[in-house]
Design a protein around this ligand. Structure first.
Ligand code: F6R
Length: 609
């Protein structure tokens, strides 16, 4: 979603802003812009399209030269992507950039129109600039901001500059991320740390309803009433390298290759003396024994990680687990309360629906556990208990390594759950953990055979539609494989439980329609093979992902990808198998000439409903 940057310091502001916006590109956007003080004048350059279009425009129109300014990448919500709707927006004496949605913008617009303001854009954001100007009667920016914030409903992160103060940047947030970079003699605001990581690792997290002011005397923080507040400065654990491609053609490929390491790191953080130890995060065996029911709620890939977890927790711990899409959960009046464990899963920790689902669960008295990759995110801070997955910075829009560490964490939870409830012995707990410890190796071995995945992708080059099928854990993986493929290759794809196809969808199977079958679960292998035969008989082109050594009757399979899992338990093979699916998606995208890192219409961090 939208990205915000702001800078005050001695460097060339335009370069810092453009650099920062580039680092936020991963969030997804369709237009961009900057506003920089040139002396006492604010020069704004903005355009529809990518940052390359911005750069061309800056070359054509001249780069603003100054030391103070704000910038933005916009992911359109209100009003089409256009030059006019791009941020920054100015009205009167105030220029702003905004991430989020102003829910009461229509009524504010009506009020401001009555006051004589006119609007240029179709955006909800422009009303914020007008309202700030309206409350700027006393030429006191802080007063204008606190009065304006009282009127806004919805979510926002705002970057603001006032014409009379060419050496100040203000920012405020509620519901959308905003981080303040604390350089020496310079300050930054940004939607995410990579935007300023090159200049400083020191940062402050702005909380909801807080305001920050960067000026030449330093950086100050205020509450919503304008009273000064003291904030802790933290140090980012990431380094600049994590925000670079390091020789890979795309971030997505780099992130796929990072999986053995990040899975290992996540295991190391949660395993002690050969068993999962969750006491460090505040989850005791006593608590685990007490839960009667588990909900897992999340969006997209994180929700599909939840489906793998459901299979694992129910199989091992014998507790009922319901997986709900967060945008449904929050409005379905779920039967949830005391005695329930609600697990939310999120890479970014900022997904609006997941956050709302978490808030709802908390308000109803359930214990909440967040499995989150960004430890300073809103979800990480809101949940009662938090597992911080250690995927590091994930930049490609399509989630890969974050999914793997999510399922590693959730497997460990499933093991401990089962042990705490007396369903598995300590020996079995150790055996399962040791099995999971083997996954970095098996993931590595699958990634080493990426040429086979590339070949499989080449078979899909002219495909318009395809299916993924599987049973049990293979079904859970089919959902993720299908999502990954469609989001970056733009091939229409659907995932089905293999046994379900014949209840309607099989009517879509015709000559040469690819059916990617995941057939790793040995206890249902024969059943899956029957389902493969059913689609083969109707002309499907079958690509089978299976354990090394799996045999099929002649003519059943068109392309076999044998994956070497060693002696890994069937329950754990989703970890290496998903890497093959990610690679098939990646190569399908590249072979079709797409940019896998920035698929059309998508945003990395979805902070609106
Ligand atoms: C797909 C993908 C999305 C996210 C979803 C949730 O590759 O990345 O489906 O998984 O938007 O995002 P987080 O995990 O940040 O809550």
């Amino acid at each position: 979603m939208c990205g915000i940057v702001g800078y005050l310091g001695n460097r060339d502001c335009t370069s810092v802003l453009m650099d920062g916006l580039e680092k936020l590109e991963y969030r997804g956007y369709d237009s961009a812009g900057i506003a920089v003080f040139e002396g006492r004048e604010i020069k704004t350059v903005k355009t529809r399209g990518k940052l390359s279009a911005m750069r061309e425009k800056l070359e054509r129109e001249g780069k603003p030269s100054g030391h103070c300014g704000i910038g933005h990448t916009r992911w359109a919500t209100h009003g089409e992507p256009s030059d006019i709707n791009s941020h920054p927006h100015s009205n009167g004496r105030v220029t702003i950039v905004h991430n989020g949605i102003i829910e009461n913008y229509a009524e504010l617009k009506e009020f401001l129109t009555e006051q004589g303001y006119t609007f240029l854009s179709q955006t909800d954001s422009e009303v914020v600039a007008c309202l700030l100007d309206y409350y700027y009667a006393e030429r006191n920016p802080l007063h204008a901001i606190t009065e304006t914030l009282k009127e806004l409903r919805g979510s926002y992160a705002l970057g603001m500059i006032f014409k009379d103060f060419p050496d100040r940047v203000y920012a405020a947030r509620r519901g959308s991320p905003l981080i303040v970079g604390m350089g020496s003699g310079e300050g930054f605001i940004a939607s995410d740390i990579p935007a300023f990581l090159k200049y400083t690792k020191e940062y402050v997290l702005l909380d909801d309803n807080e305001i920050v002011r960067l000026d030449n005397d330093g950086t100050r923080f205020f509450d919503v009433h304008g009273k000064p507040v003291t904030k802790d400065v933290q140090t980012a654990e990431w380094d600049v390298e994590q925000a670079q491609k390091c020789g890979f053609p795309h971030y997505m490929l780099k992130e796929i290759h990072e999986q053995p390491d990040v899975v290992q790191k996540t295991l190391d953080s949660l395993v002690k003396d050969g068993v999962p130890d969750l006491t460090g995060i505040g989850l005791t065996d006593d608590m685990l024994r007490g839960f009667q029911r588990v909900y897992i709620t999340a969006c997209g890939t994180a929700m599909y990680a939840g489906i793998v977890a459901k299979y694992a927790i129910e199989k091992l711990a014998r507790v009922p687990v319901a997986v709900e899409i967060a945008s449904e959960f929050r409005y379905m009046d779920p039967i949830v309360g005391e005695g329930d464990l609600v697990i939310v899963v999120s890479q970014s920790g900022e997904t609006a629906d997941t956050k709302a689902a978490l808030e709802l669960a908390k308000s109803r008295g359930a214990k909440t556990l967040a499995v989150v990759n960004v430890k300073y995110s809103a979800i990480a801070r809101l949940a009662d208990i938090c597992i911080n997955t250690l995927a590091g910075l994930e930049i490609a829009v399509a989630s890969t390594k974050a999914y793997s560490v999510q399922i590693v964490s959730l497997y460990l939870l499933a093991f401990r759950f089962a042990y705490a409830r007396g369903i598995i012995s300590e020996n079995e707990l150790k055996r399962l953990t040791a099995q999971l410890e083997k996954t970095p190796e098996t993931i590595r071995s699958v990634i080493e055979h990426s040429d086979e995945c590339q070949f499989a992708a080449s078979q899909l080059i002219n495909t318009e539609t395809l299916f993924f099928i599987g049973r049990g854990f293979d079904y859970a993986l089919s959902l993720e494989g299908s999502l990954k493929l469609k989001e970056i290759s733009y091939i229409h794809s659907e995932a089905y439980a293999a046994g379900e196809l014949k209840h309607g969808t099989i009517s879509l199977i015709e000559q040469n329609i690819p059916v990617i079958t995941i057939a790793t679960q040995r206890h249902v292998l024969e059943k899956t093979i029957s389902n493969m035969e059913e689609v083969k008989a109707r002309g499907a082109y079958i690509i089978a992902l299976c354990r090394k050594g799996t045999t099929f009757a002649d003519g059943t399979v068109d392309l076999k990808l044998e994956l070497d899992f060693g002696e890994l338990d069937d329950m754990l093979v989703p970890l290496p198998t998903v890497c093959a699916l990610q690679l098939i998606a990646y190569y399908s995208s590249v072979l079709r000439g797409n940019d896998p890192d920035k698929p059309r219409n998508l945003a990395k961090s979805v902070t609106t409903e």
